[in-house]
Design a protein around this ligand. Structure first.
Ligand SMILES: [Zn+2]
Length: 544
């Protein structure tokens, strides 16, 4: 029997603990002496079928069963169970064709239980282990680095060099001090895995992958092909992270979390009842309304228009959603220059939004790239833009022009709650009679003196109370067996979950004997598929 428990997930990557009958508990990701860990590997037959072998070939050579690790292959049915270690033989050859890499990976991930350790034999190098972990592998060996040693190559996360680099001062590990290439190469792999682990624990592996992958075209291609598999990637991304989303590269535009935000603004979010919109530039400070420029914009607008912020890479952020992840969390290098792809993607988002939510007047209070994008969107869906400035939106003259443009426009109700509920739960909430207290952005909403929602200042998401959940008629429920949870709800107790639930979503736990409010620790699919671990971090329990 082997045991595998996930500790922390970051997209497909995770930290975990793994244990076999004979060996001590191992923290993953890690590189281990896998022939010691899995003695049965030596005698097991047909464990090494090439990934590109056709189905007819794979059928002729079924791998031996009943041993650890369990062989997985794109053309084999899954035989692994929760807690097993699975092995994708020859995974290093997948790097030769990034498109195949991603197709095979998705094939294997979709059919294999999520709570299994993923072993990529003879594959890990200091220069590729970031993308292997990002792809959801967690167990490695020293074969690939030892092979580099045999070829007299000195390994670093940035690639490998001839062995004279051993005395070049690049590294000062004990291997380098002893002029022992094998020791250095193994050490370099373990160091890089330790760094990757840190990034997973901080929910920031994507940042490391975007940075490391620049040195290898295959790694960039794998990241881009994975981003193109939006539906697969999106369900593995948490709805919120308590850290900055660094949009420092062109790939940020295609990142699943960035695309999900735009899709929800277009498909779920419901704007307030008004027919006048003002398009505003973003600010470096988040949430925007705490910045000086946005204070001035809001003063000039005086609540007489719906405020929409045009920004890269998110596209369009309605004012009500400015605290929500990643709108309140992204950081982007500001140069004033928007490249052609950025303009095309963001103009497409604006055009889709305005097609679904038409306004009588749209005033562009923008300059530079954001202005160009707004014009492109107007051309795409045939609306006429008004302009209250062409440059310096925060200047006195521009602010006066904005004020004048809105003369006579009716004040609209500031209804942040309505916008946030529609975005988060896809519900058109009637907010009549709700009152607000707190100090922005830490807000509490009540009705008849009973609190219904608060804003989580970390994620920027709404936290419903039991009374709040009464206003959300369906969805985001996790159904449990006939028991009263003591603390967190564990995976085995879950019988059903709304498929839209993602890691970090606010959910209502519903059972025959109790209901509970809390935050999902896993996406719905994994709650139902795994055997161990926490499904929902519970905040409050109520017997029924
Ligand atoms: Zn060294």
């Amino acid at each position: 029997m082997t045991r595998f428990t996930i500790r922390k997930q970051d997209g497909l990557a995770r930290t975990a603990v793994f244990q076999t009958d004979s060996e001590a508990l191992q923290k993953l990701p890690s590189a281990l002496e896998c022939e010691v860990l899995f003695p049965a590997l030596e005698s097991g037959g047909y464990t090494n079928i090439p990934l590109c072998a056709p189905p007819s070939f794979v059928e002729q050579y079924p791998p031996v069963t009943g041993i650890q690790p369990v062989v997985i292959h794109p053309h084999l049915d899954n035989t692994a169970q929760s807690g097993d270690c699975v092995m994708a033989s020859n995974w290093h050859t997948a790097f030769l064709n990034p498109r195949n890499y991603v197709d095979w990976l998705i094939n294997l991930k979709e059919k294999t239980p999520v709570d299994t350790a993923w072993y990529a034999p003879a594959s890990a190098l200091p220069s590729n282990v970031h993308i292997l972990c990002y792809s959801g592998f967690d167990l490695f060996d020293f074969r690939a680095v030892d092979l580099k040693t045999a070829k007299n190559r000195f390994c670093t996360p940035e690639g490998d060099f001839s062995a004279d680099a051993l005395s070049g001062g690049i590294c000062t590990c004990s291997g380098c001090q002893q002029k022992n290439l094998k020791m250095h190469n193994r050490h370099a792999l373990l160091c890089e895995i330790a760094l990757v682990t840190r990034f997973i624990e901080g929910s920031r592996l994507r940042d490391l992958v975007e940075s490391r992958s620049r040195l290898d075209a295959a790694h960039v291609a794998i990241m881009r092909h994975l981003d193109n598999q939006y539906e697969f990637m999106e369900k593995h991304q948490p709805v919120a992270r308590n850290c900055v989303l660094r949009a420092n590269s062109g790939e940020s535009l295609q990142r699943a979390e960035v695309r999900r935000f735009a899709e929800r603004v277009i498909n779920r979010y419901r704007p307030p009842k008004t027919d006048v919109a003002v398009l505003l530039p973003c600010s470096a400070k988040k949430p925007y309304s705490l910045s000086q420029s946005h204070r001035k914009f809001q003063q000039a607008i005086g609540g007489r228009a719906h405020e929409l912020i045009v920004t890269s890479p998110l596209g369009l952020v309605p004012r009500e959603l400015e605290t929500v992840y990643p709108a309140g969390h992204y950081d982007v290098p500001v140069t004033g220059y928007w490249d052609a792809e950025e303009c095309a993607v963001i103009a497409g988002i604006l055009a889709r939004y305005f097609k679904r939510n038409p306004y009588r007047r749209i005033i562009a209070h923008l300059e530079g790239g954001a202005l160009r994008v707004a014009q492109m969107a107007a051309d795409l869906c045939g609306f006429i833009l008004e302009f209250s400035c062409r440059e310096h939106p925060a200047s006195d003259s521009a602010l006066n022009a904005l004020d004048t443009a809105l003369t006579g426009a009716r004040r609209i109700k500031d209804d942040r709650l309505h916008g946030m509920v529609s975005y988060q739960f896809d519900v058109d909430l009637d907010t009549k009679g709700t009152t607000l207290r707190g100090h922005y952005p830490e807000l509490f909403y009540s009705r008849k003196n009973v609190q219904i929602f608060s804003i989580d200042t970390g994620s920027g998401l709404l936290r419903p109370t039991f009374d709040g959940w009464n206003l959300i008629p369906e969805g985001y429920r996790v159904y449990i067996d006939d028991f009263i949870p003591e603390g967190d709800v564990l995976v085995p107790g879950v019988v059903e979950a709304d498929p839209r639930i993602r890691d970090g979503d606010e959910v209502l736990v519903v059972g025959a004997r109790a209901i509970a409010t809390g935050r999902a620790a896993l996406p719905a699919g994994e709650m139902l598929q795994s055997r161990r671990g926490v499904a929902v971090h519970v905040r409050k329990i109520k017997r029924v």
